[in-house]
Design a protein around this ligand. Structure first.
Ligand SMILES: Cc1ncc(COP(=O)(O)O)c(C=O)c1O
Length: 366
C-alpha cells in the first residue's frame, strides 16, 4: 500500500479491502481489527461442510427448525421464542422494521449497527454516552431519565468496544426500569462465550421471567465463522413471531444451519481451550503494552482491548495507517460515539501474532 493512502473502514475485519488496495494476498494480513477467536473454527466443521455440500442443490429450511430445536433445548425456552438470522446483524435491522419502532436508546460507545438498524428503518435513535471519566459506568438516574418515551434499549454484554462486563444485578435493575417504562431491553451477548464464566452474567436464564427481555447471540466471534453468517435472537414470542413473518425467506443458508447445529454439541474442549488462550494472551498483551508510556489500556474481560494514545502527536487513525504498511489491521475507534481519534481496539490473538503487533507498536511508539 502506498504511504499516505487512507485505509479506513466502518467496521473491523476488512482484510479484502486491505489486500485489494495493497496488492497483497489477504492471507498475509494479520487482523487485530475484528474480534474473532484466534483458534479458528472447531476442527469438525470442515467435514460437516463437505458432507453437506451436495445438499446446497436444495433451498435451506426457511424455518431453521432443527437449529431452533437445539437452541430451545439449550436455553430452555420454546421454539416460538427463537429467530435465527444471517448473522446477528440481520436481526438488528429486522427488529425495528418488523416492530415499526419509533424511538430507541443506545448505550454508547457501541456496535454501530444498532444505530444503523434503527435509523435505516425509520426509528429515531437516542444515545446515552458513557464517559471515560466515569470509567464507562452507567448512572441509573440518568438512564431512567433517558428512558422516557423509548420503546427499546440496546446494550452489549460484554460491551464492545470497552470489553467491560455488566453484572446481572445491574441488568436486572435496567430490566425493571425498562419494564415500568414499557420498553424492551436488548442485550447483545455476541462476545459472551469468551468470558471465563458466561453463565454468571448471561441473561438467557431470565428469558422466561421477563417479557421485555431480548437476548442477541452470534456464532461469528467465538466459533470463528464470520464468513458463514449465523446469529439468533431469543425472547418474547410475540416479537419473535412478527420478526419471523417479516424476515426474508431463506436468509440463513443451509451450511450455516448445519454448522450451527454441530456447534451446539460437544464443544467443551474447544470452549475451554479458547477461554484459557484468551485469558492468558489478554494479560500478556496488557502487560507488554502497559510498558509503553504513550498508551492507556482499559480493563477488559473480553477477547479484545480498548486502548487510548495519550500523547497528542499521534492519533489512532495515523497509527492504524502506519500499521497497515506492516500488514497489521487494528480498529481505529474514532467513529464510535463517545470516543475520539485517540482510541483504538485490538483483538486478542495467539502468542506469535500478539508478539508481532507488540513489536510493531513498540517501534512506532517509542
Ligand atoms: C457487539 C456486536 N454485536 C453483533 C455483531 C454482529 O455480528 P454478526 O452479524 O457477525 O453475528 C458484532 C460484530 O462486530 C458486534 O461487535
Amino acid at each position: 500500500m502506498e504511504s499516505g493512502s487512507s485505509f479506513k473502514d466502518g467496521h473491523g475485519g476488512n482484510v479484502w479491502r486491505l489486500a485489494r488496495e495493497s496488492g497483497n494476498s489477504w492471507q498475509t494480513v494479520l487482523d487485530f481489527s475484528a474480534n474473532i477467536n484466534p483458534l479458528g473454527f472447531p476442527a469438525g466443521l470442515k467435514e460437516t461442510i463437505l458432507n453437506y455440500l451436495p445438499t446446497i442443490t436444495h433451498y435451506p429450511d426457511p424455518e431453521c427448525q432443527a437449529l431452533r430445536e437445539k437452541l430451545a433445548q439449550l436455553h430452555r425456552i420454546g421454539l416460538e421464542n427463537i429467530i435465527v438470522g444471517n448473522g446477528s446483524t440481520e436481526l438488528l435491522h429486522l427488529l425495528p422494521r418488523a416492530l415499526k419502532l419509533q424511538q430507541g436508546l443506545i448505550i454508547e460507545p457501541a456496535f454501530s449497527e444498532y444505530e444503523k438498524g434503527l435509523r435505516y428503518n425509520g426509528t429515531r435513535p437516542h444515545f446515552l454516552e458513557l464517559s471515560e471519566a466515569d470509567g464507562f459506568q452507567l448512572d441509573l438516574a440518568e438512564f431512567e431519565e433517558k428512558l422516557n418515551g423509548m420503546e427499546i434499549v440496546f446494550l452489549a454484554n460484554p460491551s464492545n468496544p470497552t470489553g467491560q462486563v455488566w453484572e446481572r444485578s445491574v441488568l436486572e435493575d435496567l430490566l425493571l426500569l425498562c419494564y415500568h417504562n414499557g420498553a424492551f431491553l436488548l442485550v447483545d451477548e455476541a462476545f459472551i462465550d469468551f468470558l471465563d464464566q458466561p453463565e454468571r452474567v448471561s441473561l438467557t436464564p431470565l428469558l422466561n421471567q421477563w417479557d421485555n427481555l431480548l437476548v442477541l447471540r452470534s456464532f461469528t466471534k467465538f466459533y470463528a465463522i464470520p464468513g458463514l453468517r449465523l446469529g439468533y435472537l431469543v425472547g418474547n414470542r410475540r416479537i419473535i413471531r412478527r420478526m419471523r413473518e417479516r424476515q426474508e425467506p431463506w436468509s440463513v443458508n443451509l451450511l450455516a444451519q448445519v454448522v450451527g447445529q454441530e456447534l451446539l454439541v460437544d464443544q467443551d474442549d474447544f470452549i475451554q481451550r479458547s477461554r484459557i488462550l484468551i485469558k492468558e494472551e489478554r494479560a500478556f498483551l496488557a502487560a507488554e503494552l502497559g510498558r509503553l508510556d504513550s498508551i492507556k489500556i482499559y480493563p477488559s474481560q473480553a477477547n479484545f482491548l480498548l486502548l487510548r494514545l495519550t500523547q497528542n502527536d499521534l492519533n489512532a487513525t495515523t497509527l492504524a495507517q502506519e500499521l497497515v504498511q506492516r500488514k497489521l489491521l487494528i480498529r481505529d475507534c474514532s467513529n464510535f460515539r463517545g470516543l475520539n481519534n485517540f482510541y483504538f481496539r485490538i483483538a486478542v490473538r495467539t502468542r506469535p501474532e500478539n508478539e508481532v503487533l507488540i513489536a510493531a507498536l513498540k517501534e512506532i511508539l517509542t
